[in-house]
Design a protein around this ligand. Structure first.
Ligand SMILES: [Zn+2]
Ligand SMILES: [Zn+2]
Length: 142
């Protein structure tokens, strides 16, 4: 299955449609993500916000990351399902927790980041790119 993708939280109060393919799909093993995911990494598809149709009121909780950027995590205020992440340094795109997406999609993480902070039992899918921290932002493609 490819775009459009449909997403919903566990209780159905938040739903969304994503009209385009994600720009990247990544696992993040940073400590904040371990807390957000209840133990493992978060797995996120990066979608452009202008191709997103969001229905329902997401609750946001922010913190200042080591980079100095503000990172916000969005979740359903009714059932607590983690749904989004967004970074003040990256306007125009949000990370969407892969578990939010419904249906038989075949999105798969292509990179695992912040392995420096991963627990000893962490296992990363074979063959994907890894990064000890955060990869440098890729230059805009011309
Ligand atoms: Zn919900
Ligand atoms: Zn993270």
């Amino acid at each position: 299955m490819s775009a459009p993708y449909e997403g919903s939280c566990n209780c159905g109060a938040i739903t969304a449609t994503f009209a385009s393919e994600p720009m990247a799909v990544r696992q993040c093993w940073c400590r904040k993500c371990q807390k957000a995911s209840a133990g493992g990494p978060t797995t996120n598809a990066l979608f452009a916000t202008d191709t997103m149709d969001l229905r329902g009121a997401v609750k946001w909780s922010g913190y200042e990351a080591d980079s100095g950027n503000t990172v916000e995590q969005g979740f359903c205020p009714e059932c607590g399902t983690p749904i989004f992440g967004r970074n003040s340094a990256r306007q125009g795109s949000w990370m969407v927790r892969l578990g939010f997406l419904d249906g038989d999609h075949d999105l798969f993480p292509d990179m695992a980041i912040w392995l420096d902070q991963a627990p000893a039992w962490a296992r990363v899918p074979e063959g994907i790119e890894t990064c000890a921290t955060q990869p440098a932002p890729s230059p805009a493609k011309s």
